[in-house]
Design a protein around this ligand. Structure first.
Ligand SMILES: Nc1ncnc2[nH]cnc12
Ligand SMILES: [Zn+2]
Length: 334
């Protein structure tokens, strides 16, 4: 089964590029940019990855990205992730970046976006991996700051396809960002939001109703609200679930206690993703393996999860057909 999972062509829809910063690259960039890290070795960084909850992770995640300054840094970070994609047989990926977390350190939007985009273009040309970038707002900052950032980002609109919402969820409900999502909808961008990761099912409802999102990132708390589950099924809203992330951030007791099988059983459009793989024990294959060890899914279930991700991807009809064809070739399943 392991080789079946490894060779399955994969589509990743929930990935924070800053969450792919491995400690080795963190040290290299710290040296390059003369930044002093509060750790004296790669092992010490990894030893600190023992999280109590989302906030304890976010504290380290924001600290880690303090080594990113130049376009080359963003290129190297993104290129390292895309080579992991190739090793994991990820053939299409949609990646988040957190512009406000870099703007606040004096790093220009052009630096961030040009570095990430150039790596994506090289990966498409050299490895055949398609990708897209989603600009994510920090929900623990104000809506005014998100709006200002959005306005500034419009100068680079050809670099990103959508907007999202991440960071500390509880106490920062989706409706706080209604105006910026309205603006982005008018401008033709795709809309997604993290909801129901640590926050309640009502945040998922609000992301749908007040932000009009097309996909929900995480969404694992949806099963607490039967009417919401029915809406998600009826509207076929994709949920970008991140199994290892949920275990590492203790939003589930352990992998065997994850609601993933119940979500699939209900017919929700579930996909599997790695979120912040440098911090949560691994990339796509590691997530697939951990889920398989806990639940021993059939091949048909894995094909279904992959088909869901292809359906949920923000790609052209031609690219979607090519992804379905690649899956069929690899599995014999239409
Ligand atoms: N899992 C996550 N939840 C919320 N914000 C994030 N930023 C990076 N990873 C995140
Ligand atoms: Zn996330």
């Amino acid at each position: 089964m392991s080789s079946f999972l490894h060779q399955l062509p994969k589509v990743e829809l929930h990935l924070h590029i800053e969450g792919t910063l491995e400690p080795e690259l963190m040290f290299e960039l710290a040296r390059r940019n003369e930044v002093t890290l509060p750790f004296d070795s790669v092992e010490a960084v990894r030893a600190a990855y023992d999280f109590e909850d989302l906030q304890s992770f976010l504290d380290l995640y924001y600290q880690g990205m303090n080594v990113l300054f130049t376009e080359a840094d963003f290129y190297d970070l993104t290129w390292a992730y895309l080579t992991r994609c190739q090793a994991n047989n990820v053939v299409h990926t949609e990646l988040f970046f957190d512009p406000q977390a870099h703007l606040s350190r004096g790093v220009a939007l052009s630096t961030q976006l040009e570095g990430i985009t150039r790596a994506c273009q090289d990966a498409e040309r050299e490895m055949g991996i398609s990708s897209a970038i989603i600009l994510s707002f920090l929900r623990d900052m104000t809506e005014e700051h998100a709006l200002e950032t959005y306005e500034a980002a419009l100068a680079y609109r050809e670099h990103f396809i959508g907007i999202g919402l991440d960071s500390a969820e509880v106490g920062n409900p989706p409706e706080k960002f209604a105006r910026v999502f309205d603006r982005a909808r008018e401008d033709g961008f795709h809309l997604v939001a993290h909801a129901g990761e640590e926050g309640p099912a009502s945040y998922i409802r609000s992301a749908l109703d007040t932000l009009g999102v097309e996909r929900i990132d995480h969404g694992i708390r949806c099963l607490d609200d039967e009417a919401l589950v029915e809406t998600l099924i009826a509207r076929r809203i994709p949920l970008t679930v991140c199994p290892l992330s949920n275990v590492y951030l203790k939003t589930v007791p352990d992998m065997t206690g994850h609601p993933l099988p119940a979500m699939i059983e209900r017919g929700l459009c579930v996909t599997i993703n790695s979120d912040d793989p440098a911090y949560f024990g691994g990339y796509m294959n590691a997530n697939y393996e951990a889920v398989q060890n806990a639940f021993a899914f059939s091949r048909d279930t894995w094909v279904l999860l992959t088909r869901n991700a292809i359906e949920a991807a923000f790609v052209t009809p031609a690219r979607r057909e090519a992804l379905y064809a690649q899956l069929e070739k690899a599995t014999g399943n239409p």
